[in-house]
Design a protein around this ligand. Structure first.
Ligand code: AMP
Length: 217
């Protein structure tokens, strides 16, 4: 089954995907992770990605779509795939549908994480991530046991380059603009389920497990 998880930055897509990976054995493809890996390379592609990523702008579709389709292809043998951060625009959703259709597949379920923007803005400003395993912490509500170190593997925690106030504002405005069109696109084509993300992470995970396991597919 192919699942897309939507929601503003800071609504907990990464945290939930992390939990679902171990609960349901889903393959998790996060466009931010794919683009951060590309950004780290000292190549023309890496420099192009860095320019947009660090400013909080969307990376152009011709770069993003190709990198994500390659990541999806690399998980072709997984039964369940969770796409997080992609698609972000209707053009990307169309490119994804075309690529899936060519393999006789489609998006069976869209999960829409709903959270007020003032809540996600605060979460993003206090978000720290493990450099080794990608686990996400919140210094206010979910701090690590030892400051600066991941509870799971002791990895170094870092604050993302684009989690600064200007880039956060830009990313959320872009999200507001693109997301309603994306939801309208999927509402016509597949099952879309809203989940209230303004609750403790475990409660959100339980809802997501119920929604996904109830989905035929
Ligand atoms: P995220 O980790 O999802 O907040 O994404 C971080 C940054 O990666 C965004 O601000 C964009 O620069 C880039 N990015 C992630 N997903 C996409 C996408 N689907 N299309 C274009 N750019 C993206």
């Amino acid at each position: 089954m192919n699942i897309v998880i939507l929601g503003p930055q800071g609504s907990g897509k990464g945290t939930q995907a992390f939990a679902l990976r171990s609960r349901l054995g889903l393959a998790h493809i996060a466009s931010g992770d794919v683009l951060r890996a590309a950004r780290a390379s000292d190549t023309e592609l890496g420099r192009a990605v860095r320019k947009y990523y660090d400013a909080g702008e969307l990376v152009p579709d011709e770069i993003t779509v190709q990198l994500i389709l390659e990541a999806i292809e690399a998980h072709a043998d997984s039964d369940n795939v969770l796409l997080d951060g992609f698609p972000r625009t209707v053009a990307q959703a169309e490119a994804l549908d075309t690529a899936l259709r060519a393999r006789g597949e489609r998006i069976e379920l869209v999960i829409n994480l709903v959270a007020p923007l003032d809540v996600v803005r605060e979460r993003l400003a206090s978000r720290w991530t493990c450099r080794t395993c990608g686990a996400v912490y919140n210094l206010l509500t979910m701090p690590p046991k030892i400051p600066g170190k991941c509870d799971l593997d002791g990895g170094e925690l870092y604050q993302r380059e684009d989690d600064n106030p200007e880039a956060i504002q830009r990313r959320l405005s872009i999200w507001e603009r693109e997301n309603s069109e994306l939801l309208a696109y999927y509402a016509d084509r597949t099952r879309v389920v809203d989940v209230d993300a303004n609750r403790p992470p475990d409660a959100v995970t339980e809802d997501l497990v119920s929604v996904i396991t109830a989905q035929p597919g």
